[in-house]
Structure formats: C-alpha cells, structure tokens
Design a protein around this ligand. Structure first.
Ligand SMILES: [Zn+2]
Length: 141
C-alpha cells in the first residue's frame, strides 16, 4: 500500500503547489515570528495573528551537517543512509530569520546573501510507510 505524505509537524507550512511557511505577526509591535506563536515574544501582546510568509528570502548564514545529529530529537536517516545536508538561516522579507534544512550540501554553492526559495521535500519514511515531508530552502531559480 502506498504511503501518504504527511508534514513533519502540523501547522508549519501550507500544502499545494506554492507552499508557504505559517508564521505570526504581532498586531501591536509588528514583530514577525516563525513558527507561529500565540503571543508576541517581543512585547508579550496576545494579539499575534497568523500570516503566510514570503516564499523567498536571502541566505544569512549556513553550515553543513556532516554527521547524524544526536537522536532524539533527530529522527532522520542514520549510519550509511545519512547524507550530509546544509543548514542555514534564511532572512525573509518580513524580517524574520528562519532556520531551515537546505537542498545544497556543497560549500562551493553557498553565498551569503544569495536568494533562496521555499520547497517541500521528503525527510524520511515513518513506520507506517508514509512520506514525512519537511520544508527546505533551495537556491532560487
Ligand atoms: Zn509585539
């Protein structure tokens, strides 16, 4: 039986052709957060409203994860199945910096300030055979 695609955490991103990250914006001080929060981390206002974030941003900093991180919390491929991956912070137009897995893992391909675009990618297969999907950023085409 074919597995379904399920998000790694509910409510992180929208599904469909042009997915967007789900964040929140404070109605009082305009602070934007990701993931969304019910109250503002900056001014503690309860008036944080859900917003959809830009699909593009710029690379603020990055590194390459060369070995499987400690598990838990890491639950992706281990041992021979592990493939090094890029990790970085993407600064979105809204001013929020999002920590994300990156689709590139060759240091020659990274440039601080380059434009990156959101994508959704399979992260692992769960015990029921479902594809667990997570968000990634890739160099914008
Ligand atoms: Zn606020």
């Amino acid at each position: 039986m074919a597995g379904k695609q399920i998000p790694v955490h509910p409510g992180l991103f929208t599904e469909g052709k042009s997915p967007q990250l789900v964040g929140s914006k404070c109605a009082d001080c305009s602070e934007v957060t990701f993931p969304k929060q019910s109250s503002c981390p900056k001014c503690t206002s309860e008036k944080a409203e859900e917003i959809l974030l830009s699909r593009k941003g710029t690379l603020w900093t990055w590194t390459i994860q060369h070995f499987a991180p400690p598990s838990p919390p890491y639950d992706g491929p281990q041992g021979d199945d592990f493939v090094p991956y890029g990790v970085g912070y993407i600064e979105l137009e809204e001013g929020v910096r999002v920590e994300s897995r990156l689709t590139i893992n060759d240091e020659k391909l990274f440039k601080i300030g380059m434009t990156m675009e959101l994508g959704i990618e399979k992260y692992r297969t769960d015990a029921d055979g479902n594809d667990v999907m997570t968000f990634v950023f890739q160099p914008a085409s």
